[in-house]
Design a protein around this ligand. Sequence first.
Ligand code: GLA
Length: 387
Amino acid sequence: MARVLACLLAAAAIVMTTSASAPQHAQRPLAQKPPMGWSSWNAFGCAIDEKLIREMADAMVTSGMAAAGYEYVNVDDCWMAPERAADGRLQADPVRFPSGMAALADYVHANGLKLGIYSSAGTKTCQGLPASLDHEEIDAVTFAEWGVDLLKYDNCFNQGRPAVERFKAMGDALEASGRDIVYSICEWGDAQPWTWGRDARGHYWRTSGDIVDGWGSVVAILTQQAGLSRYSGPGGWNDPDMLQVGNGGMLTTEYRAHMSMWALLNAPLIAGNDLRSMDSTTRDILTNPEVIAVDQDWAGVGGERISDVGDLQIWAKPMSQGGAAVVLFNGGPAGAEMATSAGDLDLPDADEYDVRDVWAHTTAVTTGTVSAWVPPHGATMLVVSPR
Ligand code: GLA
């Protein structure tokens, strides 16, 4: 009894010492799962204002996106006024965001959502507006005071200064701000941010240049992800860029394949379409619960390419329920029979396996071979589990 009491007292002393020395604004671990949300850039570019962002926050709830897990409403480039305020702070464009960003944060928060904002680790944003290089501390404090929950930090007008220093300066400033702010490093993969993104306090980092709304872009970005899975995991994810699903430049099979691969890669799922007017096909792609479950599931290893023959790539990752998710990806113009096996998926030996098609919502049984006819510019996404 006395020994138990001594242990309890010792434990209490450790807790007291720890809390006394911890910074007052100790932050929670963020992005333990890939963040999900929406961003203004892919569909709207600079044609944004506070009315649009508010309508999108509303639509995120009414469309079912929020219920599916989408949470961040991200204002990309072009929210800021052409000049800093007299006190040196960034300020919202007075015409397009007359109520200011704090009011916008309040509105988004009242919808049960979080607000993301944008700046650049350069002298200007990519669209030529004021940005945060050498203004990191004041800008991070300003974002925190406004109630911002995420910062996407771009790489334009960077003066040729080393990326690690520039991005870490903002990471440190965000941490020192005392607010939980997810930090999205948008360095385009130029200086291999997957190797230093965590040290810079990033929660996800772009691994590629900008996605465009076309199949060639999806294939090119996907190909760039091979070999990067070991850098991605809870608290720090590889980011193959925002989704183009629903923007009109691709076929439904192409958008499904795009979504399948982003989920298999544990990518941040940041929708980039107009949520106010999307049709049910688009909504079903973006909100498919079985696909989102693959994206949000972390079983210790990210999705990685296990086969690459011509236009045909097979990507897989373990699932925490004991199975494996696999995407049979056909980048080419002709349909193809594609196959892998329970052994290639590193599954334990079993007499039979369930093969769940997460788009068709059907389950088949196999003794080991996993195969499907995959349409041109398409993918089959399966979760294979020992029975
Ligand atoms: C860069 C980024 C894009 C977008 C634009 C905005 O190109 O990579 O994602 O933020 O800037 O100007």
